[in-house]
Structure formats: C-alpha cells, structure tokens
Write a protein that binds this ligand. Sequence first.
Ligand code: ADP
Ligand code: MG
Length: 449
Amino acid sequence: MDNLWQIVLDDLEPSLPHATFITWFKPTEQLSSSPDKLIIKVSNVFAKTQFEKKFDPIIKTSLKKNNLNIKHIDYVVKSTTPKKPSERSVSEEITTITKSAIAKKPTIDTGLNPRYTFDNFVVGSNNDLAVAACQAAVKNPGTKYNPIFLYGGVGLGKTHLMQAVGNEILKLNPSTKVLYTTIEQFYNEFIDMVRFKRGEKSFSEKYRSVDVLIVDDMQFITGKEKSQESFFHTFNDLHQKNRQIIISSDRHPREISTLEDRLKSRFEMGMIIDIQMPDFETRCAIIKAKASLSGTELPDDTTEWLANHYKSNIRELEGSLNHLLAWCEMRGYQPDASTAEGLLGEATRAPIPKHLTPKQIIEKTARYFQITVKEICSPDRSKNIVEPRQIAMYLLRNELGLSYPAISKELSRKDHTTAMHSVEKMTKEIKFNYLLREQISEIRERLYA
Ligand code: ADP
Ligand code: MG
C-alpha cells in the first residue's frame, strides 16, 4: 500500500505553522487507500472535526497538486484498546512489562524542533527584551522570570524563540526534561485521558515531572472548565517546584477572553513581554542570515527589496526568500531585485480596489464610531473624536498608501507631523491592543464589502 498520506504530510509541513503541524498532523496515520478514497486515523473526536471542517480543503488541494485523484477522505478515530489482563498469555504479559519498563526510561519526546536555536535567531529592537528574558531562563531555569509569557503577532518568532530555550537548555544539560507542547495538544491529551478513563497517572506524570514546560499558542485555550482546571493545577505544581514555564500567545493574557482570571493572574506573576514587528534593519539582517544558511550571499538591493515588501510576518518573508532562491538556482541565475519583483511583485502588491477613495475611508470610519465626517475633520480634541480620526489616518496610510501631507489634507489638519505621529501610534498600539485590532478589521471589512 502506497503511503499517499506521507506525500501530503511532506507537502504541507513546510507551509503550516509548526505548532499546527505537530498538534494535528503528526499524530495521524494512513489506514488504507484505494484509487478514490483515503482512510486516515486521527487521534480523537476533536481532531476528527478539525480535519473534516478545517483541514480537508488544504489536504485535497495538496493531493491534487501531487496528481493524486482522490475524491474522498475518511477521518476515523481508532483507539487501540488493550486486552484485559485475563486474556493475555504469560509471555505477552512479560513483554508488556519489559516494554513498559523500557518506555519509562526517559527519552521522553521533547516536541522540540532542533532547527530552532539561538544561533539562527536574529536579535533586533523588536525582540531584544524577549531574547534577554529567554537567555536568563537558559542560565537559571525556573528562578528568575517564571513564567515567561511571550506575545505578539503571527510569524514573529515566538515559537522559534521558545524552542531555542528548550534546545539550549538540553544542550547545556542533556538530562533536563524539556517538554514543548501546544495548549491544544495538552487539551487533546487531557480529553483522551478522560474519555478512555485511563492514563491519568501517566498524563500528570508526563506534565508534572518536567523541568521546563513550553506551551505554545495559549490564545486557543477554551472555556472548557475541566481542561482549564487541569492546566491550572499543572501550572501551579510546576511553578511551586520552581520549574521553568514559558508560554506564548498572539495577544496579552488580558486579551484572551476564554482565559480564566486565576490563570491570568498567575501569568502576571512572571514576565510578560511582547515581540513586535521587526524594523527594516532587523528584517534585512534576518534575510541575510537565512540566505547565508542556504549558502547564498544576497546582493543588497535584493535584501532591501524583500525587506521593503514583507513587513509584518517573518514566516512569509522566509517563504518568499526560499521561493526566490529556488527559482534562481534552478535556472542558474544570480538573485537580484528585478527578479524578485518579477517573481514576487504581483503577490505583494495589495490589490487596491478602484472604487476605494479617501473620502469613503473617512466616511465609513466616522460612521463606524457613530460620529459625523464634520466632527472627524474638525479641530475637536475630545477622546471619542481623536481616536476615530487616528484610525482613519492609519487606514488612509495602509489601505491607500497616502503620503502624510495628503492624509493631513484629507482630514483638514494643518501640520503633517500629526498624521505621522498618529499612524505610528496606531501601528504600535494595534499590536497589543486587541480591541483596536478588531475595530480596524471590522472597518476594513466594511470598506471592502
Ligand atoms: P510565531 O510562533 O510567532 O508565529 P515562528 O516562531 O513560527 O513565529 O516564526 C516564523 C518563522 O520566522 C520561523 O521560520 C522562524 O525561524 C522565523 N523567524 C522569526 N523571527 C526570527 C528572527 N528574529 N530571526 C530569525 N528567524 C526568525
Ligand atoms: Mg508559533
């Protein structure tokens, strides 16, 4: 039987967030394949719905891309229920015992990807604080900053940095027990344990015996009481024993609405640090570092072209760099800015709908906040007018690429530095102010509706 599923896994791994891949895809297995159907084993009911509802389309696309004409995929949950002891033979019993004795010997799967190290993590003003805290945790795990809570937008290096801590600690002291997991994976294991009414001991043993616990994507914590309680107790237990805990999320704990207050306050006991978007210099440094890892020295104009076109997500930046390098290598070309423009330019140009005008942005922003256009363009400095005005400026800049003097003119401001400061302020604030992010994305939706 061909392992068609492996082809899909290999195809999807590089394009999916690492945490998604290890949580959902890694525990799967192909059970059978026929010319038009695949049967895939997934770990639990929760995973089954994720696959059916969320991942099925990308999996089908991947099959198609690999010329596999499979129309249907069944995701099945299968547990390997152990036989009752009375049904086992003595020799079976012995093998089980020896096997479990061997299994108890450490070598727990750390969940770490050895690719994520400090060596290949570029430090810039956007992440220097986070790096410093993480290095302190490497030196003195569990004593200085505990927990460390990293938050920031997608693709900004949170997973990389947390895993670098785990890898470095293991390098310095190979007997340390490090465990990387996502909150979803933690939940899945907890649900399995409850569902099959077994494994309770090994579940808590696994989590409570670690020296360093790294938990990714905390924003996916759900309101489910029991599992949240289980995480709370695991956290407390480790924290009391001075075991290092590192957590990441795409937003501040305060902004995670599903997170219980008692966990929020536990997280506040430690160090909460944000990772921001890298500035131009840092982006250039990252590009150079990544290119040299693949043995290429990029000319400055190409580096700068990339740094100018990918500002908010390093994963995308990296993907495009790899695309460019592979394309050039296959043709024996030297990468340069015009090749980059030709290959990637189209995709990076945000489509500006022809109908969208500055006036519409101002109108829709004003309407969203239930104020008038006259007010938004007036000298009024009251809070409920200033905020919408700043958001309008931010949108004029980001949606239409207007210059600061043009923005000032549209909003009847005299001085263009106000527009500049407002846009800068919004750009910063949007990263940690979840409400603001929501508001802006709702206005955007209305603009493009
Ligand atoms: P997040 O978890 O914040 O979504 P990741 O840690 O998955 O982001 O990072 C996305 C990609 O960008 C990874 O391949 C990572 O190696 C790379 N990356 C992010 N920040 C840096 C950095 N400062 N230096 C080098 N690579 C980085
Ligand atoms: Mg991540």
